[in-house]
Design a protein. Structure first.
Length: 240
């Protein structure tokens, strides 16, 4: 186990490296591009599951370093006219730290803090386990999250999501799936002749599939999420 720690630490550093870039609106940027850019940012910003449905219990505690985001086509108008920078392995990736704590009554809460396109973002989550899970019975939980990204005087994005999470734990692996509904509220300041604030909203269904490798006290987890685009996330951390 001691030999595994340097490897996990290296993975944590790699997955936490975000893509390089910033939001910078060109004259060709329109409200249509703002909607697409907002949804892509929401894909990267929304609090990733990176864990099962079962409650961790009153003594449960977890810290993860995670990275990931949506696959993007840099030829898209919203990228060409709204973002100055480059992707990481084809992803608009954000790096983040996630902290989770178990509470009584099968509740778990968490917080995330990270960087995306050169700016900071934060988020919170709460999960309530309807089914604890066992040898045969799967775990089932309702999960809600909220995250916010803000680039001063240029753009603001808020994303809220409610999910139903299903998981089944085995000795080393815990696969999980989730389905949910997401709402995005965004504002952008741009305009060719007279810049102004523009507001957009977007709603959509989301789907998630992932698996966690349990090497107590370490864990490595990866997931794929389908929303506006297809997003990939990887996390590594420690917990009880």
């Amino acid at each position: 186990m001691q030999r595994l720690f340097p490897v996990l630490l290296l993975v944590a550093v790699v997955v936490a490296v975000p893509c390089a870039g910033e939001i910078r609106f060109e004259p060709q940027f329109t409200v249509s591009e703002l909607t697409a850019l907002s949804e892509a940012i929401a894909d990267a910003l929304a609090f990733p599951n990176l864990g099962p449905a079962a409650a961790s219990g009153l003594t449960g505690f977890e810290i993860l370093a995670a990275g990931g985001g949506p696959r993007v086509a840099t030829s898209s108008r919203w990228w060409r006219y709204g973002v100055q920078g480059s992707t990481t392995a084809g992803l608009m990736a954000g790096g983040r730290a996630i902290v989770r704590k178990g509470l009584p009554l099968r509740l778990d809460v968490g917080a995330q803090y990270g960087t995306l396109l050169g700016e900071r973002f934060w988020g919170v989550e709460a999960r309530w386990a309807l089914l604890e899970g066992g040898v045969i019975e799967p775990g089932l939980a309702v999960r809600g999250s909220y995250s916010r990204f803000e680039q001063s005087d240029v753009m603001e994005v808020e994303v809220s999501e409610v999910q139903l999470v299903l998981s089944k734990g085995f000795t080393l692996l815990t696969p999980y799936v989730a389905g949910g509904y997401r709402r995005v509220n965004s504002r952008g300041y741009f305009g060719d002749l007279v810049p102004q604030w523009w507001d957009v909203e977007a709603e959509r269904w989301t789907a998630v599939g992932g698996v966690r490798l349990n090497l107590l006290p370490f864990r490595v987890v990866g997931e794929v999420k389908r929303a506006h685009g297809t997003s990939l996330f990887v996390g590594v951390g420690v917990g009880l």
